[in-house]
Design a protein around this ligand. Structure first.
Ligand code: NAD
Length: 292
């Protein structure tokens, strides 16, 4: 079975649009996301453009703040301070990665926890670990929505998460092990120092591949009937493509789809679900603030 993130994300967007329309009908203002883009990295440009476009589709307001690639950390901190104080802004997103002269950690920590719709701040992560209501990072959130949509059985299953980044692997391992409708897994988290990774994967009922190495997970690493979520997005040079590149996931789709019970494609799997995760967080930020 194909876990069709493109289609499911449309379903979630339709629900979000209905909820937004209803707010407007009640005379409320629309939720408002501010996105900050520093520099002009090609992939970041695409991600931010998709987020802004999705806001428009749902009926959210969005403001895109573009800063030069040589912007100082101080200037970006000042921009965040302004957005934190702006009553009309519900969610703040700073597109990562940031240029070398800026500490990502300092920027993440500067965003008000009430507007941290990416869920990257230590406050949000602490709450996630403790099972408290918070903003769940968009990519793991999107994957949990996908598991819910297809009603994938996770209880008591062995989930192997490859990658331990703060934005994907680590929070996904926490969610899958939490006492949630699509949690309660026994989780193994693998990283670049893991021994016998292939062996560990072969024991997995659920594999989340989030390492950024195209085609890393091959057919021989996957148990028959496993559920495979492919987070990887790598631009691989391809002269036959109009853009000059093709997007490749971390999973060898051809080999693994022959064995998996369910699998996400790249593109059209986890990527679109990430966007709706962010949109849901933005609506939540709005609701918590305005208590509507
Ligand atoms: P990252 O570089 O921050 O982390 C990669 C992780 O993989 C690290 O924890 C590292 O230990 C582990 N790793 C690297 N090589 C490994 C190996 N050979 N064996 C085992 N573990 C290994 O990356 P990230 O930000 O978590 O992103 C991972 C991938 O997911 C990238 O391709 C990125 O573009 C993609 N991504 C996609 C979405 C989406 O919406 N679909 C969102 C975020 C990231």
């Amino acid at each position: 079975m194909l876990l069709d993130g493109k289609q499911v994300s449309q379903v979630v967007k339709t629900t979000l649009k209905t909820q937004t329309d209803e707010l407007l009908q009640r005379g409320k203002r629309a939720p408002h996301l501010a996105a900050v883009l520093v520099g002009n990295d090609g992939a970041s440009e695409t991600y931010v453009a998709n987020k802004v476009k999705s806001c428009a589709e749902i009926g959210f307001r969005s403001t895109l703040i573009r800063l030069d690639g040589d912007t100082s950390e101080q200037t970006l901190l000042e921009q965040i301070r302004i957005l934190n104080m702006d009553e009309a802004i519900d969610g703040i997103l700073v597109q990562l990665p940031l240029p070398k002269q800026i500490s990502e950690q300092r920027i993440i920590e500067a965003i008000s926890p009430a507007k941290d719709v990416d869920g990257f701040s230590p406050v949000s992560v602490g709450k996630l670990v403790q099972g408290l209501e918070t903003f769940v990072p968009a990519t793991p959130f999107g994957m949990m929505l996908l598991l819910e949509h297809y009603n994938i059985d996770t209880k008591g299953k062995h989930a192997v998460v490859i990658g331990r980044s703060n934005i994907v692997g680590r929070p996904m391992s926490i969610l899958l092990s939490s006492n949630l409708p699509k949690g309660n897994c026994t989780v193994t988290i693998c990283h670049s120092h893991t021994h016998n990774l292939a062996e560990i994967c072969r024991e997995a009922d659920i594999i989340v591949a989030a390492l950024g190495r195209p085609g890393f997970v091959t057919g021989d690493m996957v148990k028959e009937g496993a559920v495979v979520l492919d987070v990887g997005i790598t631009r691989v040079k391809d002269d036959t493509a109009k853009s000059g590149f093709r997007l490749k996931g971390d999973v060898n789709f051809e080999e693994v789809s022959a064995k998996a019970a369910a699998i996400t494609p790249v593109p059209g799997g986890v990527g679109p679900m990430t966007i709706v995760g962010l949109m849901k967080n933005t609506l939540d930020a709005y609701r918590r603030k305005l208590d509507t």
